[in-house]
Design a protein around this ligand. Structure first.
Ligand code: FMN
Length: 181
């Protein structure tokens, strides 16, 4: 049964307990294809999604790059990742960002990441966005030049059986929603 957007948003949570169930490449590709429909400033699409599979020889290095100072220990059980790289968008979005003093390409990548997580939820896969990593070490793990700009790593896979949906901890709506009339 297809979940409504509200259900997807409520069910999606950061998964930090992954099972060893194999993840179908086709599913991850589908998720990336749907996420590629995300809006972006001037349609600049300043992204590339690298799907890292369990067979990749240096996957342990990628994991390690996201586990500095003991962070993210749950990644030990993660065998699939989507690494989000920022690429050159277009001049129009660069100019727009310059004039509005706004990092529009960072916003674009955040929206892409949100689409990935929600598309994964629809496919029955759990995700956890990982922001705490050393760019240099991720590039090294992927055999990329140190100049490439990795902005987020998404851990993706099946949650362990019985992994419960937590109650959301969020600010009060009256503190974050302001109606101006
Ligand atoms: C940009 C970004 C970076 C994040 N980095 C990490 C991370 O390194 N490790 C982690 O466990 N969770 C990370 N998270 C997940 C957040 O902690 C999580 O989204 C937040 O606490 C809300 O919980 P929920 O996702 O379960 O609703 C990150 C989330 C975002 C948006």
């Amino acid at each position: 049964m297809m979940l409504s957007f509200k259900e997807l948003a409520l069910n999606r949570q950061s998964t930090r307990s992954f099972s060893d169930r194999e993840v179908e490449l086709e599913k991850i590709k589908r998720i990336c294809e749907v996420a590629a429909m995300s809006p972006s400033s001037c349609n600049s699409q300043p992204w590339k999604m690298h799907i890292v599979r369990p067979t990749y020889a240096k996957i342990a290095d990628l994991r390690k790059a996201c586990q500095a100072v003991g962070l993210n220990p749950f990644l030990d059980n993660v065998t699939n990742f989507i690494v989000i790289e920022q690429t050159f968008g277009n001049m129009k979005s660069k100019a727009g960002g310059f004039f509005s003093n706004n990092d529009l390409n960072s916003i674009d990548l955040g929206i892409l990441a949100a689409h990935i997580c929600l598309a994964a939820e629809e496919e029955g896969l759990g995700t956890c966005l990982i922001g705490s990593f050393r760019n240099k070490n991720v590039n090294k793990a992927l055999n990329f030049s140190s100049l490439r700009r990795i902005r987020l790593v998404v851990a993706i896979g099946y949650a362990t059986d019985g992994y419960e949906i937590r109650k959301k901890t969020r600010k009060n709506t009256e503190d974050i929603i302001d109606v101006i009339e």
